[in-house]
Design a protein around this ligand. Structure first.
Ligand code: KPL
Length: 305
């Protein structure tokens, strides 16, 4: 607990994942006076911990000071926000030694299929999962830009998490729109469906999200959205196809100038989250025909993702 200038104790947030979204969240929390520590990887050991430079939505530079923390100090963690890529979550959590059993773990990554592995790793900890549409872009080492104020939903992945619904309110001052939903799986499926259309298409064609609305993509967009929708329906989602397509178009329009996270990953030679997005759709397709999904999955893999 860290005392603030009002004399009350504030619980520190620990952020795992110093990528674009992790740094933006650190900045937003520090901007509201919340104490924040940043879990750093081995390559940062022995180096001076620099301040983050956050470019706010208004275009102002904000210097963000956080407390550096390494894996062996996990015993100090009281609230853990995991903002790594989906494929980094489990290895990063495995490296933590002595994470207290009562520390809530909050996962905010694209795709699905990770929470089950975390539950096996930390069966006692309250596990919260969520989706967020805040936009963030890394512009250099320790330099990040907040590109869009989105909304965030959190919900329980195990019964122990229900006692921590108040964390959504605790984050609201910094993140803006944030809500707790007992039915978070539905919202995760809805976000995954959007990512399963936009991300592999923009990554393979090396285009901005908005270019998907060009007539040359009409046919593939129609087929891919139908394939993804069918699999989501098989998983119990009840959103009609036309509603899904309307929602998809809205997200494409709202993020028209963005490069999707998968496009950015491929462009920077990083692994992608394809296994947790399109891979999740393929895994749950069963006998449903999903040829465009499969083709995009193979293409992203071929491109190094
Ligand atoms: O979540 C996104 C991503 O890029 O991962 C979208 C919504 C597609 C915005 O770019």
């Amino acid at each position: 607990m860290i005392p603030n200038n009002r004399g009350t104790a504030m619980t520190e947030w620990t952020i795992l994942g110093a990528g674009a979204l992790g740094c933006v969240m650190a900045g937003l929390l520090r901007g509201r006076g919340e104490p924040v520590s940043l879990l750093l990887s081995e390559r940062h050991r022995g180096h001076l911990h620099p301040s983050l430079d956050l470019i706010t939505l208004a275009g102002r530079h904000q210097l963000v000071h956080t407390r550096p923390l390494f894996a062996e100090q996990a015993g100090q963690i009281r609230r853990l926000l995991v903002l790594t890529k989906a494929y980094q979550v489990v290895p990063a959590l495995q490296a933590l030694r002595g994470l207290p059993n009562e520390t809530p773990i909050i996962l905010l990554h694209n795709g699905l299929g990770v929470a089950e592995q975390v539950l096996a790793l930390y069966p006692q900890n309250p596990l919260i999962v969520g989706v967020s549409s805040h936009g963030a872009m890394k512009e250099g080492p320790w330099l990040v830009r907040h590109t869009g104020r989105g909304e965030t939903w959190l919900g329980p992945a195990n019964p122990a998490a229900n006692a921590h619904a108040g964390l959504a309110d605790a984050l609201a001052g910094a993140l803006g729109q944030i809500r707790w939903s007992p039915d978070i799986a539905r919202l995760q499926h809805r976000k995954l469906a959007i990512n399963a259309v936009i991300n592999p298409l923009t990554a393979c064609h090396r285009i901005r999200n908005g270019q998907l609305l060009e007539p040359r993509f009409n046919a593939v967009l129609a087929q891919l959205s139908e394939e993804v929708h069918q699999v989501m329906a098989a998983l119990g989602e009840q959103e009609p196809l036309e509603d899904f397509r309307r929602r998809l178009h809205k997200v494409i329009e709202l993020t028209a100038t963005n490069y999707s996270s998968m496009h950015q990953d491929l462009a920077h030679g990083r692994p992608t989250e394809i296994d947790y997005i399109t891979g999740y759709v393929l895994k749950h397709a069963g006998h449903l025909p999903v040829p465009v999904c499969r083709q995009l999955y193979n293409e992203v893999k071929k491109l190094g993702g």
